[in-house]
Write a protein that binds this ligand. Structure first.
Ligand SMILES: Nc1ncnc2c1ncn2[C@@H]1O[C@H](COP(=O)(O)OP(=O)(O)OP(=O)(O)O)[C@@H](O)[C@H]1O
Length: 599
């Protein structure tokens, strides 16, 4: 039986899916990478004739994992033998939890620090470092398979940052806690030091699929290629991505060449390509193609290919008039070009200017909803039990959401079971029914959630203090949320506290999206408006390869657009007081000699 109808996949996608052995699939934007990956997983799950082996899929975000899993379920394939999640979840589930006893530092167990916990610790350790002051934000680091890399490029700050990181790691180890980078470091250490672990994993893993490989770090490639190598052909890889969209270079992400993959894994890889863009008009494709850093072929194939796009660039608007200008662009798109508001995305390179602009747009255009991943008033910590509970606490029963909410309810039961509670008598349906009956009259989002969580735990007779882990999740959830809300309130985002705003986080796209460039990865919109295209924003001030980084960022942002694209380098945005002056337009954009539309 075929799993898909004739026109669902094109011949390039099918060719990659049916290709035997290991595959590196390099694809242009909008070419259906996600679709190819989804059907490849479904195809391999369907063919898996073993009850002990699994298909492993590694995605860049938890949200992507959830979406892909849902799509596979819709195809009608049993996902029992599928494990899908981020590389950090993969390391935790398959390497650290079962084998941490092999590590000297963590043989008696470990905890994972939430990002807020380690930010607090870093703040505390940095405090004595004054003149010049070292801030926690300057102490970013990551591991490679051989050393630790400090992201900050200043040579003068380096010795102090090294000392700070030594104290930071010592403290974390003392508290038997790992941050996200340590999860990778210690997983790699286990894989390298105990070859039997990789061998056992290859007995379980029939396939490893990796999405967005262009943003994968060397240590992550090292973990995966060592597992593939240990299997001698037993575990096959399917690696997908677009080298032109590599926007996490400052954090160590890069696209590994096929030669290096072959050399590291000792296995043959076949290169496959997706060249048809189903998303954008020919004019948009021609425009973003200018920023490519790696040669590729892109063929416009979508329904919008002949659309007469408006592509504009404004480098004269003053910062004071920016809101007015973006309001004008939105209004013309909606009223003249007939674009639906939910098909418009406003992108800014950094969160703070974006949050301020969003607030101003909300006041200026009350007739529209503005939604964005960064506007969540609580941390999207997918490993936190109470975040999981939020998903059903903040959504309402509806036929459209029934299957999804039922799945979330099932995950809550699994999580409670993992935390040591006996849930054998609770079904997902029962849990959902109970949740639907909880009614709380409270307009403040945080207070609402406190009351909701208490009521939920009461209903199921779950005594929070009896589980140290559940209590820790509860405290981490509220600490992180309070912190986030406080910083948004300081920026004047007072709407943030209402329950209505909390509910928005899980609502389907119902208004204009606002996002950072990194947050909009993988998405597509009819109209994209990008502002703050300024040197030190794009590229970021800490980027080494400035032009290369600016090009990749522009490539990602511009390739999100299906029909219209509006770029803005506003004048007069002040630099930090100690630097003085104003930000200048992004050089590679400013120097692009293009015949922009007047609009
Ligand atoms: N074979 C196909 N025929 C028609 N449309 C397709 C096909 N494959 C994918 N698409 C459509 O193309 C668009 C882009 O697909 P998708 O989001 O999977 O691309 P992508 O390669 O992951 O993009 P990007 O890397 O830019 O995020 C989607 O609207 C998708 O539905």
């Amino acid at each position: 039986m075929r799993l898909w109808d004739k026109d669902v996949l094109n011949s390039e996608q099918e060719d990659a899916i049916f290709c035997p052995g290991n595959v590196l699939l390099v694809a242009c934007p909008g070419s259906g990478k996600t679709r190819a990956l989804t059907y490849k997983i479904a195809y391999e799950l369907d063919r898996l004739n073993s009850s002990t082996r699994s298909v492993i899929a590694i995605t860049y975000t938890n949200a992507a994992a959830e979406e892909i899993k849902e799509r596979i379920e819709l195809i009608g394939v049993d996902t029992n033998r599928l494990w899908i999640g981020t590389i950090h979840s993969f390391c935790l589930e398959w390497i650290l939890r079962p084998y941490h006893h092999l590590l000297e530092d963590f043989k008696f167990g470990f905890k994972i620090a939430s990002p807020h916990d380690y930010e607090d610790l870093m703040d505390e350790i940095c405090r004595p470092y004054q003149n010049p002051q070292i801030r926690a934000g300057q102490c970013g680091y990551y591991y490679t398979s051989t050393n630790m890399v400090i992201s900050d490029s200043s040579i003068t700050r380096r010795p102090k940052i090294e000392r700070i990181l030594r104290s930071y790691h010592a403290r974390l180890i003392e508290e038997r806690t790992m941050d996200f980078e340590m999860i990778l470091y210690y997983s790699h250490l286990i894989i390298v030091s105990f070859p039997a672990v990789a061998k056992i994993l290859t007995l379980i893993f029939a396939h490893i699929l990796v999405d967005e490989y262009q943003d994968t770090k060397e240590i992550q490639y090292s973990i995966l290629t060592k597992i593939i190598s240990a299997g001698h052909g037993r575990t096959l890889a399917f690696i997908v991505g677009d080298p032109n969209q590599s926007i996490y270079q400052s954090m160590g992400g890069y696209s590994m060449s096929i030669e290096e993959l072959i050399q590291r894994s000792g296995a043959h890889f076949t290169a496959k390509f997706l060249t048809g863009n189903y998303r954008s008009s020919s004019e948009i494709i021609e425009y973003f193609d200018h920023y490519k850093t790696t040669d590729n072929v892109i063929e416009p194939r979508g329904v919008h290919h002949s659309y007469e796009s408006k592509i504009t660039y404004n480098s004269t608007v003053e910062l004071n008039d920016l809101v007015e200008e973006i309001t004008r662009l939105i209004t013309v798109n909606v009223n003249v070009l007939n674009i639906f508001p939910e098909e418009i995305c406003v992108i800014g390179p950094r969160w703070i200017p974006l949050a301020l602009l969003t607030r101003a747009l909300m006041v200026r255009m009350p007739e529209f909803n503005f939604n964005g991943p960064g506007m969540a008033p609580f941390a999207r910590d997918y490993d936190n039990f109470f975040f999981k509970l939020c998903r059903i606490a903040l959504t309402e029963p509806s036929p459209d959401l029934y299957v999804r909410r039922l799945k979330w309810a099932g995950e809550i039961i699994d999580e409670l079971t993992n935390l040591g509670f006996n849930c054998s008598k609770i079904t997902a349906k029962m849990l959902l029914k109970t949740v639907n009956q909880i009614t709380i009259e409270e307009n403040n989002g945080i207070e609402y959630l406190r009351l909701f969580f208490d009521s939920f735990l009461n209903h199921f007779d779950i005594h929070k203090p009896s589980s140290a882990q559940l209590t820790a999740h509860y405290e981490a959830f509220f600490r992180a949320s309070e912190r986030r809300i406080q910083s948004l309130l300081r920026e004047g985002q007072d709407y943030i506290i209402t329950i209505e705003n909390f509910r928005r986080v899980f609502r389907q796209r119902d208004g204009i999206t606002v996002s950072t460039i990194h947050g909009v990865k993988g998405a597509e919109f009819d109209t994209v408006i990008v502002f703050a295209l300024l040197e030190d924003y794009v590229p970021h001030f800490s980027d080494g390869d400035r032009d290369g980084s600016a090009k990749k960022t522009l490539y990602v942002a511009c390739s999100r657009a299906k029909r219209n694209l509006h770029l803005i380098s506003e004048r007069g945005r002040p630099r930090a007081a100690w630097l003085g002056g104003h930000y200048e337009p992004t050089t590679v954009l400013h120097n692009h000699d293009f015949d922009y539309d007047v609009f």
